[in-house]
Ligand binder design. Structure first.
Ligand code: NAI
Length: 332
């Protein structure tokens, strides 16, 4: 039995977590889930959104599967997600986006891996109100964090037979901060002559991504651009319902989907658990359970390719429960 932290989150989080736990169990994965709640729901009883017990659990188990947690917009507490990444120094946010057979999108042949720096940039949370009509947020970029994420991207490319990395910035405007990010990326690129290194401005990248996404292999971005661009690339392959992600550090890894807590469909048995399931599949590969991972992956992809039982976001009308049961039926 492998002990793994499970953060069920809120909004649609608990529904899709139940679905994924059920599929993994049916596939015979021997996991002892260490369930840890976080977010607005625990504030009343524990006084904070991210209790220390959650951090300790992940540090101990080294691996976590995390469903989304709501963050209030424009007010209220800071993001649990951002805090978790900082506390555990999960510096690399990995978001692979590849076409899935059966999901109709405007483009074929999309296979892009987004590597997003996860610990600094505007997410450092240094903000202040100068006066009633003026506010400022500070964007922090350091050489150490930029070189570390660049090295992660080039190592990933080497291990996964990737050929090209684009470093993405707005260095024409943010000359110092994004300029430093580029300088670090160039330094690291020199050590990997077999991988083609290119640079592109984020606005041009967005335009190119919605015109000819197939030209891109891996993207290396500071935190904010990475956040935005990875939602765009998720859209290219069928939307947030199938976009997986992972936050990786030197000590531990937290696997979580790109999407949020989708409060608009909470409790309606409509949510697509596929993104969290893809995260769980990657998590199984990460802990060496390749066979179980492949079985579940095959089942998920067959259900999507057959197209008979799909959730609303994928153009069907199946409930979360029906979609989950269909995946279980396809397990070998
Ligand atoms: P969202 O990703 O929750 O929803 C955007 C749209 O996509 C909605 O229409 C939603 O119904 C749909 N959607 C998302 N996931 C889906 C799924 N699995 N199946 C079917 N439809 C799905 O983004 P939004 O509305 O901007 O954020 C809601 C909350 O989630 C916010 O509080 C935000 O801060 C939080 N959030 C949390 C994240 C995390 O925990 N890692 C990541 C992103 C947002």
């Amino acid at each position: 039995m492998r002990r793994i932290t499970l953060i069920p989150g809120d909004g649609i989080g608990p529904e899709i977590s139940d679905a994924v736990v059920c599929i993994l169990e049916e596939a015979g994965a021997k996991i002892d889930w260490d369930i840890q709640t976080a977010g607005a729901d625990v504030v009343a009883t524990e006084g904070c959104v991210l209790p220390q017990r959650v951090i300790e659990s992940i540090k101990l188990n080294k691996v976590a599967l995390k469903a989304p947690v709501t963050t209030p917009i424009g007010k209220g507490f800071r993001s649990v997600n951002v805090a978790l990444r900082k506390e555990l120094d999960l510096y690399a946010n990995l978001r692979p986006c590849k076409n899935i057979k059966g999901i109709k999108t405007p483009f074929e042949g999309v296979d892009i891996v987004v590597v997003r720096e996860n610990t600094e940039d505007l997410y450092a949370g240094i903000e202040r109100k100068i006066d009633n009509d003026t506010a400022e947020s500070i964007k922090i970029i350091t050489r150490a964090a930029s070189e570390r994420i660049a090295k992660y991207a080039f190592e990933y490319a080497t291990k996964n037979n990737r050929k090209q990395i684009h470093a993405v910035t707005k260095a024409n405007i943010c000359k110092l901060s994004d300029g430093l990010f580029l300088e670090a990326a160039r330094n690291i690129a020199q050590n990997y002559p077999e991988i083609k290194y290119k640079e592109i401005l984020v606005d041009n990248l967005c335009m190119q991504l919605v015109q000819k996404p197939q030209q891109f292999d891996m993207l290396l971005l500071p935190n904010l651009y990475g956040d935005i661009v990875s939602d765009l690339t998720a859209g290219l392959i069928g939307g947030l319902g199938v976009a997986q992600g992972a936050n990786i550090g030197d000590g531990c890894a937290v696997f979580e989907p790109v999407h949020g807590s989708a409060p608009d469909i909470k409790g309606q048995n409509k949510a697509n658990p596929a993104a969290l399931l893809l995260c769980a599949i990657n998590m199984l590969k990460y802990i060496g359970e390749d066979e179980k991972a492949q079985n579940i992956e095959q089942a998920l992809y067959s259900v999507i390719e057959q197209g008979k039982v799909l959730t609303c976001d994928l153009g069907g009308n199946a409930t979360t429960t029906e979609f989950t049961q269909e995946i279980i039926r396809h397990l070998k």
